[in-house]
Ligand binder design. Structure first.
Ligand code: DX5
Ligand code: ZN
Length: 216
């Protein structure tokens, strides 16, 4: 089965967001990936609620919001209101992860957990049934356009095994440095969703690049 493709709007032209959203609508992409950075959890600031709300008006596909913020539990309801369908919090930023996951599902969204490159997938052993999506960071979060960390393949395989052993439906998403040259290996290792920012938006023909990822 081809993976779901989630272009990361972080790499879009912010002065032409509507145009870039329409491009994603018309492409074979499955999701919009929206990166929220607070300058505290990660050393960069991206965009927040008003921008997501504006994108929601044009986006005709699932909105996947990746929160790279401290204390994400403060804003779960607000992200639902501005249009999130999938809401992902970082493991490293969540003291009460289980409570946040329950709240996200209770609000009618899919609940995601993101793991930094140094965080072991084994730490999710007791919460996997409560997670709809695990986002494995294949770069250190905070910036687009970084190089893929090779150790990610092993994490995907380990996580795939944990999910299959439990018979749950948790999806594995890969975020950072995804390109046509590593997509196949990630899917073979067990990935379900591929996020791609610069590879899509810095290409000559983003629609064709998305189609290429869909067919690797
Ligand atoms: C990184 C973000 C990613 C980023 C991916 O902190 O979470 O979603 O936009 O960008 P590329 O595909 O350029 O690595
Ligand atoms: Zn992301």
């Amino acid at each position: 089965m081809p993976a779901l493709i989630a272009p990361s709007i972080l790499a879009a032209d912010f002065a032409n967001l509507q145009r870039d959203c329409e491009m994603v609508n018309q492409s074979e992409a499955d999701w919009f990936h929206l990166d929220v950075m607070d300058g505290v959890f990660v050393p960069n600031i991206s965009f927040g609620m008003p921008v997501i709300q504006a994108i929601s008006k044009h986006a005709k596909k699932t909105i996947d919001v990746h929160l790279m913020i401290v204390q994400p539990e403060r804003y779960l309801e607000t992200f639902k209101e501005v249009g999130a369908d999938v809401l992902t919090v970082h493991y490293e930023a969540s003291t009460h992860l289980h409570r946040s996951l329950q709240s996200i599902r209770g609000l009618g969204m899919q609940a995601g957990v993101a793991l930094n490159p140094h965080t072991s997938v084994s730490l999710l052993a007791d919460t996997l049934e409560d997670i709809d999506l695990v986002c494995l960071m294949s770069v250190n979060p905070g910036f687009g356009g970084q190089s893929f960390i090779e150790g990610t393949y092993r994490k995907v395989e380990q996580l795939r095994k944990m999910i299959d052993e439990r018979g749950c439906n948790t999806k594995i998403e890969i975020d950072g440095g995804v390109k046509a040259n590593n997509a196949r290996q990630l899917i073979d290792a067990g990935a379900d969703v591929l996020v791609a920012g610069s590879f899509v938006f810095r290409s000559e023909d983003p629609v064709a690049t998305i189609a290429e990822l869909k067919r690797v």
